[in-house]
Design a protein around this ligand. Structure first.
Ligand code: MLT
Length: 202
């Protein structure tokens, strides 16, 4: 996959797998990753699908309606990519944390739904339930923080609540931060994710 890797300054710090929203690219979340940990390695990835020229991590059939076959295919591609990138760039495969926004958060959620507990933790900004047609594998020990907007036009409240229920049911440890805005990231949301990361994963 198209990507950028920036080696961190501390061997013990994690590698952040950075997954952008629709229309973004591999560099979009580099600043956010740096904000969360100044010493971490950063692995920014570009989604392989294009929707009217806009990169995405998987195809959709309409707003919020996902092409599930393509979602499976692209999720497995991403899982394999993490393993390959660890070898190529020499980072600790057991110390990877996903940071995703919107479409990037959705494929991260699907990684948990279809592949399983393949990373140490996740910071998911405005995720949706990727699908409801699979049995979510055991996610014991996985730590997931989610940021959501009470007035998010793209992600109705129940999506966040239900995604949280799926994750907890599978054994993940979760936390949700709510703000009363829309689909955008807010400074408070970023601050909350950072504090959670420092308390739970650093
Ligand atoms: C998606 O298609 O993944 C969601 O609708 C969010 C987005 O538009 O990126």
């Amino acid at each position: 996959m198209e990507h950028v890797f920036i080696k961190g300054t501390n061997e013990q710090a994690p590698t952040f797998l950075l997954l952008h929203g629709t229309g973004g690219n591999e560099k979009d979340l580099l600043g956010l990753g740096r904000e969360y940990d100044a010493e971490a390695s950063l692995l920014g990835v570009r989604g392989s699908e294009l929707e009217n020229g806009m990169p995405r991590f998987f195809k959709r059939l309409g707003m919020g309606v996902f092409d599930l076959d393509n979602l499976t295919f692209r999720t497995k591609e991403l899982a394999a990519f993490i393993d390959e990138a660890a070898v190529e760039h020499g980072f600790d495969r057991d110390n990877v944390i996903v940071i995703g926004y919107s479409n990037g958060a959705n494929i991260a959620a699907n990684l948990f739904f279809e592949v399983g507990n393949v990373v140490k933790g996740a910071i998911l900004h405005h995720p949706m339930i990727p699908r409801t047609d699979v049995v979510v594998p055991d996610l014991s020990g996985l730590k997931v923080w989610m940021g959501a907007g009470q007035n998010d036009q793209m992600v109705p409240l129940e999506q966040t609540v239900d995604l949280n229920a799926y994750l907890i049911q599978a054994g993940a440890l979760t936390e949700i931060f709510w703000h009363n805005r829309g689909h955008q990231l807010t400074a408070e949301e970023v601050q909350s994710a950072k504090e959670w990361y420092e308390a739970n994963l650093k």
